[in-house]
Each structure stands twice: as C-alpha cells, then as structure tokens.
Ligand binder design. Structure first.
Ligand SMILES: [Zn+2]
Length: 273
C-alpha cells in the first residue's frame, strides 16, 4: 500500500471517471503517499496568508550524496493539442518562462507533473499504461514549445499546439522515482545517476539567455538548505503539517508563491508504515 505506482494508477482512474482539478489531485496524492511512507513528508503553507491558487510546490529529494531541490508545477493534459499548448502557456507563454525564472531565482530545478489518462511511451521505455502522473524537466518542455513544427493547422490557420504524446515522451512515470527498470533506487549512487540522466538533464544546451551558468547547479546541493532543515518535526504519521507563522516570516523570500514543501528522503529505507 502507498506506493507511488498505486498513487499514479488512482490518479489515472480518477481523471477517467470525472472532471477533477490539478490542485485536488496533488493534495490527494501528497496525503496518500505520506500516509504510507516513512520517508515522505509534506508541509502545507497557511493558505489564509498567501493566495495559493495555482502556486507550485517545492520538492526536496534527498539522495546520497546530494540534495535535489525542485520547483514543481502540476498540469492536467488537455484532449486537443492546441488546448494543451494554451493550458501550459497561459498569458502567451509567460507561464513557463515565469516557472523557469522563479526556479532560477530560488535555486530550484523546474519540473512539471503532468496528470493524464492517455498512454504514450515515456523516457524510460517501460510502457506506463496504467499510470496517470508523470514528471518532466521544464527545460525539456520549453524546448518542445519552442521547436519548429509545433504548430498545427486549424481552419487553414496555424496555431500553436502540443501533443500529449510529445509531453509524455519527455517524462518519467511518477513510479520511476521508486521503481524504474533503468534504476535500482536501493543503490543511492545509481538513483542519483538516474535523476541526473532522466529528470534534470539537458540543461546545458538550453537557451543560455534564461540560464546563468553560475547559479544553475545550485539546485543540487551537498547540504539541506536552512529553510528545509529548520522545518518543524514531523507528526509520527508524516501527514501534511502546517507551517508555523515564525517559519513563514523567517523564510518569506524562499517560500513565497509556494503551496508547500515536500521532503522525500531516499537515504532512508522506504519502509511503509
Ligand atoms: Zn522508468
């Protein structure tokens, strides 16, 4: 019980059964996983303080030896390629650029979580036919949007479009973090390699105007940054803990526009409760 694979399966069947918002899927997924996993916790911000609608999550993935810090934005895919493009590029493409810039300012690596009930080949090659949650580097997705040939003709007019197939081709399944044919996540060195090759790759050749070489690698750190190490102790069951006001004040610049913080510690065994 409580594997990422099961969470991902449930998301797929939920999307298939009824209309559901990204926010609800994310809230449910975090609660579900944290209920069963000792090494997975999340902290919710006090939603009355900040306007949190559509805000992103900060994920801290602890591996041995590095700590990875991600800015994660969840999106549900749309049925048609043009809707898919506009859903991901609200305000004429500003949304993804904002995500990349925000991540850069905060020394995080930008990631999309896609929720979908469509089936396509993912990066690792394993068919993920029963999963509904996928992860991709936002840099890879930006490349996809910028690529020549991403337009389609509708009523003899060329419009921007993104096929869900192209999105998923750039993704790993959510379950890949825990159990991927390409990676033995019990071996921390192998897991670190997996993350670098399949989730945070291809940053080097991205449009350098958006990237400052000096700051880009700070999403990968040797030590847990203070705004994460200062988090209050977890409840024994690890479920969503609200952050106290002092914390929100002290670390306001790092945590602004965030829904909350997720800590996934792969240096600890993934014993279920
Ligand atoms: Zn995989």
């Amino acid at each position: 019980m409580g594997t990422l694979y099961e969470a991902s399966q449930e998301i797929k069947s939920w999307i298939t059964d009824q209309p559901v918002q990204e926010e609800s899927l994310t809230d449910w997924m975090l609660r579900y996983i944290s209920k069963y996993k000792k090494n997975f916790h999340y902290y919710l911000f006090n939603k009355t303080q900040e306007a949190c609608n559509g805000a992103d999550w900060l994920w801290c993935i602890k591996t041995n030896p590095y700590i990875y810090l991600f800015l994660v934005q969840a999106k549900k895919t749309k049925k048609t390629p043009s809707e898919n493009y506009s859903g991901l590029n609200q305000h004429n493409g500003d949304q993804i650029v904002n995500l990349l810039n925000e991540a850069k300012t905060k020394n995080l690596y930008p990631i999309y979580t896609f929720y979908t009930n469509e089936n396509y080949q993912t990066k690792c090659g394993a068919p993920k036919i029963d999963e509904g949650a996928f992860l991709a580097s936002a840099y890879d997705i930006k490349k996809l949007f910028d690529a020549y040939g991403s337009k389609i003709k509708i009523n003899s007019r060329l419009v921007n479009a993104t096929h869900t197939e192209s999105l998923l081709n750039n993704c790993i399944g959510l379950s890949c973090l825990e159990d991927c044919p390409l990676c033995n996540s019990e071996d921390s060195h192998d897991f670190e390699n997996f993350l670098t090759n399949y989730l945070v790759n291809k940053i080097e050749d991205f449009n350098t105007k958006l990237i400052d070489e000096n700051s880009i690698y700070r999403y990968k750190q040797d030590e847990v940054p203070s705004y994460i190490s200062a988090l209050p102790p977890m409840k024994p069951n690890g479920q969503g803990v609200s952050l106290p006001d002092w914390y929100q004040k002290e670390f306001s610049s790092q945590i602004q526009n965030l829904n909350g913080i997720v800590v996934f510690d792969f240096t600890k065994k993934t014993f279920d409760y």
